[in-house]
Design a protein around this ligand. Sequence first.
Ligand code: ADP
Ligand code: ZN
Length: 712
Amino acid sequence: MWPEDPATWRPGIALPCRRRTLGWPRLRNSVRPAMSPSDATATVPQLAVAVALPVPLPRTFDYAVPPEFEPRVAPGHRVEAPFGSRRLHGIVLRRFPIAESELPPERLRPLLAAPDDEPLLPPPVLTLCRFCARYYHNPIGEVLAAAVPAAIRRRKRRKAPPALGVPLATVASPAPVTLTTGQREALAAIEADLAASRFQVSLLQGVTGSGKTEVYLRAIATTLAAGRSALLLVPEIALTPQTLARIRARFPDAAVLHSQQSQRERGDNWERVRRGAARVVVGPRSAVFAPLERLGLVIVDEEHEPSYKQDSAPRYHARDLAIVRAREARCPVVLGSATPSLESWHNARTGRYRRLLLTERPGAAVLPAVEVVDLHEETRAVKGFPFISRRLERALRACLQRGEQAILFLNRRGFSTFLQCRACHEVLTCPRCDLALTYHQSRARAVCHGCERADPPPTRCSACGIGAVHYFGFGTERIEQELALRFPGVRCCRLDSDALADGTDLAETLERFRSGEAQLLVGTQMIARGLDFPNVTVVGVISADTALNLPDFRAAERTFQLLSQVTGRAGRAGLPGLSIIQTFSPGHPAIARAVAHDTDGFIEQELRHRERLGYPPFGRLARIVTSGRRERSTLRHAESLTAALRAHAETAQVLGPAPCPISKLKDRHRFMTLIKAPTRAALEPLLQAFDHAPRPPAGVRCALEIDPVSML
Ligand code: ADP
Ligand code: ZN
């Protein structure tokens, strides 16, 4: 195990640094003189600090504070500290009299620098980071590294702002519409919490197009008027130019924080927020750590979205952290969705959350009629797989003739989704991953969606060396081609991650579609949500089955959510909408209930199923993925780790290890151990056992995830 305190670290002890980029970069030309250890005796330090360092160890480290640093080492301040033979940058979490340290004062090493006049992080964000570290069992240094943009961490010195008086206030421009009754009631409930500075979670369940966004924007305006700030989290995928334009129109000074910005842009926005110059923050999951003060409202749009879960270190769920942040700030939090997660719905039913309902679309708009095409019958009738069924084709023709637009959804990119040998029937897989290759016509390559390796497609089977390779399955590229064949002269655009990688501009494409220059839009889940095009009256789901058979207990929930979202793109502005879902499983509850717009019915049925199996929300899960290049040593370690955990299971159940559904990814074999526990507290002894388990052999890694979202 590791030495208990940094003073005993000797040069040459290699630290197990999992990710180099985690390091807080060094301040080369620190404007403050670093104290040499011999100076330490000149003035005796009275103060010590506990510092979080970017090392993958779940603890902080105590240091002595040289007296001249004292004004600059409050909690949240950035400091430079010796660590073994290295200098590391960290954040002060606590300061206290030196006598209170567990170590004798002479063993505490002094800080080397305290470069900033003011703290990097305000107290509420520090509190949130500590919670995130504790709850998700993440090293605190890794959490802080995720909370502060790299550009800020790298800044040489952060000066106190010049005394310019009140910072620019975020201004709200007036809202254009009269609210519906549902919107008014929901808004009033949220505003009452706001006025009372009351922590209350509201689940705003509103059908697609019912005006949830309008409620968010009004509530934000009220928050600003009360002199407080607001945080709006959106899923990665929903941060479309359209959503942003809508927010910017209302709050021109809103700061957007997301990882696709340049480091500098993100850093500048972050600094604006830190200074109080922007009081509305919009962003995906990492924005939950935005350095807002006087927080008055937190909103999580599309709260059911899996992209709120960060699935690399530090692992956390931004929706759940958003609730914690609101609780600390004693302010309301709104979780919005047309198709709530089972967890939130269950919390609303048991009274922990308040449910606010929007059951109708404003004005003349109504929910689209939804029809199902049974692909078994269709395939039989047309003697082959149709891609676009007769029913869907008819609807598309009529739609185009009326001068309206249609969206076609298929959650699979590429042209052919598997390549198979005609002789031995082997399906070609990636040599590095346990995944079938997809043929991409635009690039003329067989591509692995696990590692993105792209090779010219083989003409002969690599397994038997004899058979010719045939192409099966279909992705968005194939549908685009099919549409061109059936509707010559009709303009169609495609949006998926391939199109973006090939240089298609998202904003430009959406504008081409919005302006009517293109009549058809085909795409993956990228087009399933957030889009609001008044002229779209037909939505076609090419196959509802892509996610249905995944070996994941949330497969049905995901399918239901995706279908409800995508069918909700039709008929949003008064023109009657029609959605057509093609499927081989028309009787599956996820499909049948989506067709009936029966969200509550689906959730009730699915909850009963989860309860029987002890899955969330009726219990807690933790998952450990052990991975390594060598299968046997990886499995052996997974087995011994699992056995060690099982010995501490108490009320929990330890399952596995079993190969992950994706059993090999980027040359690493993957095994998972699943822990089912009645409560989060019941996981605690297992987490202790995890920390004390023997270290994995070289090249083997164990990734622990609390409340995992994906099981793949
Ligand atoms: P959601 O977020 O629930 O999907 P939106 O807020 O995007 O719904 O609203 C759908 C459409 O209805 C948008 O074009 C929006 O401008 C419009 N809208 C929202 N509220 C009203 C209202 N009270 N009256 C008229 N139109 C509205
Ligand atoms: Zn691969």
